[in-house]
Design a protein around this ligand. Structure first.
Ligand SMILES: [Zn+2]
Length: 251
């Protein structure tokens, strides 16, 4: 049985790993600290529509993610909203929707509550945010690097570009905190092309790591047609770089 946690518990848990406190509605998940204590890099990958049951049913088609889960932690994580923007705000601010008041992306620009990426940046850490451009620009000036991804009809292409941006940011900046949003499962559904893309993207990002990194893979909300489901999957796993990198010779 997977233990139940809530989306608001993610931000304070990441903050605790990264060495600062983040007062909010959530509490630090002890198992995460036990699993990844002293790890100074956290990547938060928000996978749109990754409901808990959908993850469990499809884990056979997610070989990389399920290998992380098998060696790491899987939580049944309470989501408060059926919509993307308020859910992502709850994850990033550690506040329930009635407290953060962010219902649409434009509300993020008028936001008065502090979010985890901003707090991490203020704590002197390198922070990267990769998401759809309108949402991404609300972080401009608050984090080290914003990589906006232009919305387009082909969502698989959108996620591929997000993945390339993540790899480039890792190579250029070695971020302590990287936040990204993958959208294929929500737009295309749980069909092989989108499921495989999510798994492949996470594997590619993992391959580019430059140091020990804790992955937090979490759904924003269950799939929209699942009125009865309230939980998303939260997978936490600390990964080491797959290959030792040879330092670049000075040019
Ligand atoms: Zn969503």
């Amino acid at each position: 049985m997977s233990r139940e946690v809530e989306q608001v518990d993610i931000a304070p848990s990441i903050a605790s790993l990264l060495g600062f406190s983040f007062p909010c509605d959530g509490t630090v998940i002890d198992e995460v600290i036990g699993h990844a204590r002293h790890c100074k890099r956290s990547f938060l990958v928000i996978v749109d529509s990754l409901g808990f049951e959908e993850y469990v049913q499809n884990r056979g088609s997610l070989p990389f993610v399920s290998s992380m889960e098998a060696r790491g932690l899987l939580f049944k994580c309470l989501s408060y909203s059926k919509h993307t923007t308020p859910s992502i705000a709850s994850i990033l601010c550690g506040l329930r929707p009635e407290k953060h008041g962010i219902r649409r992306t434009e509300d993020a620009y008028a936001r008065k509550v502090r979010c985890l990426p901003e707090a991490a940046h203020e704590a002197g850490l390198r922070v990267v945010v990769i998401m759809e451009e309108y949402g991404a620009f609300s972080f401009q000036g608050l984090v080290t690097l914003v990589r906006p991804v232009r919305d387009r009809p082909d969502v698989l292409e959108f996620d591929e570009e997000s993945c390339r941006n993540a790899i480039r940011a890792i190579e250029e900046l070695d971020p302590n905190l990287l936040v990204m949003h993958l959208r294929s499962l929500d737009v295309s559904g749980f069909v092989p092309p989108s499921i495989e893309l999510i798994d492949r993207s996470l594997r590619a990002i993992a391959k580019s790591l430059v140091g020990e990194t804790v992955f937090f893979i979490v759904g924003d909300h269950p799939p929209h047609h699942r009125e009865d489901e309230e939980h998303v999957a939260l997978i936490v796993y600390k990964l080491r770089p797959m290959t030792e990198r040879v330092p670049r010779s000075p040019s």
